[in-house]
Design a protein around this ligand. Structure first.
Ligand code: AMP
Ligand code: ZN
Length: 470
């Protein structure tokens, strides 16, 4: 498996610390609102990466946090006049609903910053003991950035450039005892009405960066295989995580760094002020979230991705093409009179296995989901041209299993929970047939309408009633 490593700026062969195992940490959302479709991109991408590693036989330990203490959460709590814990609880629950809709599996562990404060105090104390951090006058603790000689190695910025960028500001070494402009906060004192925890320095709360360093260490160890997130996190968040973790633990923090590109809307940066801001929930009102997932996977994860109504329509059409092929296979499996595959069909099954190898090949090349979807479309075409109602059950089932296996790796599901189960549909169709036999057309139409409302379309063919989900 090759991964583009932001640290070395090249594709590298993935060599895990422990054979057959992968330890992955993905920075999760700050929970002060419903998640937007930009937040959904890393969720979907790295969930797909996890599924692919599992498909290749890896045991994956996947950790993704919820940042549940933050200025934005506190502000929202104050606006609503409630406790900030109530805000984060609410939006963690909402986020989990969206994840389920997008078929993003829950992480092995979803740590929450507020439950890991002791570990943060430990790491900050260790950094102070080693001279990498210091307490300023008001109890704020800063990281002494220049002491960490490799600072800038992930974002490829050097300390001189960073300093030059801030010219005169640098000479002002904060009034409260901040030694250097580049120093960043590890612990800060509470303000009136804010959540706080006692610490050796002051009653207060952690800085954002230290949270991830501590949660990654606790759940995955001092050195992890892969650290991931959106590209906006490279600097300063991930750079600061490296400085903290490596200064405290004395070993490299992560062997590979993966970053997804940004999601834009109509070729503009997504922002509330431009009014081009969509939550996952907004999208779910118009589309099945599987289509949002499909859309995200149609581009390479490192490329910028443009969200527009046309792109979503195209994604919907693509998704339905696969869904229809699956339904046709299922329908034929239910109808066919022959069980065993013929010699010719066996050869075709063998031929179709080539799609699996090609799928694996493109996915192994830095998770090229866009090409993986093209391979799936080729398989769909193969299925559409090489099966009929005369095909054997064994043959149809083999092709169906292959298609389902590949779409599963991408986390694409084709059964919506809202719709009726296959058996229920079959039962209603049976009842409709009975109604028609006794010329009860009112009942027969009623059933047709009921099915239509559930997204099931009936088609009367010579071979009987065929149905599909629309
Ligand atoms: P946040 O809640 O802002 O900390 O973001 C959570 C995750 O979503 C991080 O990995 C961000 O990099 C990512 N993210 C935020 N906005 C976008 C966007 N427009 N496109 C892609 N990823 C994003
Ligand atoms: Zn993080």
């Amino acid at each position: 498996m090759k991964i583009f490593n932001t640290m070395t700026r090249q594709k590298e062969e993935f060599k895990p610390i422990e054979e057959g195992k992968a330890k992955i940490y993905v920075c999760g959302p700050t929970v002060y609102n419903l998640i937007h479709i930009g937040n959904a991109r890393p969720m979907i991408i790295f969930d797909t990466f996890r599924r692919f590693l599992e498909h290749r036989g890896y045991e994956v330990n996947y950790v993704s946090n919820f940042t549940d203490v933050d200025d934005k959460i506190i502000k929202k709590a104050q606006e609503e006049g409630v406790d900030s814990g109530e805000i984060s609880e609410r939006y963690i629950a909402e986020c989990k609903k969206d994840m389920e809709g997008m078929n993003v599996r829950p992480a092995s562990t979803h740590p929450r910053a507020t439950e890991e404060i002791d570990g943060m105090i430990d790491m900050i104390s260790r950094l102070i003991d080693k001279g990498y951090a210091y307490e300023a006058e008001d109890g704020t603790v800063y990281f002494r950035t220049k002491k960490f000689k490799e600072y800038g190695k992930l974002s490829h910025k050097n300390l001189d450039d960073l300093e030059a960028g801030h010219g005169r500001e640098l000479k002002v070494t904060g009034s409260g005892g901040k030694e250097d402009y580049l120093d960043f906060v590890l612990w800060k004192p509470k303000k009136e009405g804010e959540p706080f925890w006692p610490s050796p320095w002051c009653d207060g709360r952690p800085g954002w960066h230290i949270e991830c360093s501590v949660m990654a260490k606790k759940y995955l160890g001092d050195t992890i295989d892969i650290h991931a997130g959106g590209e906006d996190l490279i600097f300063p968040h991930h750079e600061n995580e490296i400085a903290q973790s490596e200064a405290a633990n004395g070993v490299p923090f992560a062997r590979y760094w993966m970053h997804n590109g940004f999601l834009n809307i109509n070729n503009e940066k997504m922002s509330k002020s431009l009014g081009n801001f969509f939550t996952v929930r907004d999208i779910s009102e118009k589309y099945d979230l599987q289509i949002l997932r499909f859309f995200m996977l149609t581009a390479h994860y490192r490329s910028p991705l443009n969200f527009s109504a046309e792109q979503m329509e195209a994604a919907e059409a693509g998704y339905k093409r696969i869904a229809t092929a699956l339904e046709t296979l299922e329908f034929r499996i239910g109808k066919t009179g022959t069980t065993e595959a013929t010699g010719e069909e066996k050869a075709k099954i063998k031929e179709a296995e080539d799609y699996v190898s090609r799928f694996d090949e493109v996915m192994e090349d830095d998770l090229n989901t866009a090409d993986a979807i093209s391979v799936i479309f080729e398989l769909v075409k193969f299925i559409n041209t090489n099966t009929s109602e005369e095909s054997s059950k064994e043959y149809l089932a083999a092709l169906k299993d292959e298609l389902v296996m590949l779409t599963d790796v991408l986390g694409l599901s084709f059964v919506s929970e809202e719709t009726l189960l296959d058996e229920e549909v079959e039962k209603l169709i049976e009842e409709r047939n009975e109604a028609r036999k006794r010329k009860d057309f009112a009942r027969s139409d009623e059933i047709r309408d009921e099915l239509k409302a559930a997204g099931i379309l009936l088609e009367d063919t010579r071979a009987g009633v065929k149905w599909k989900r629309v």
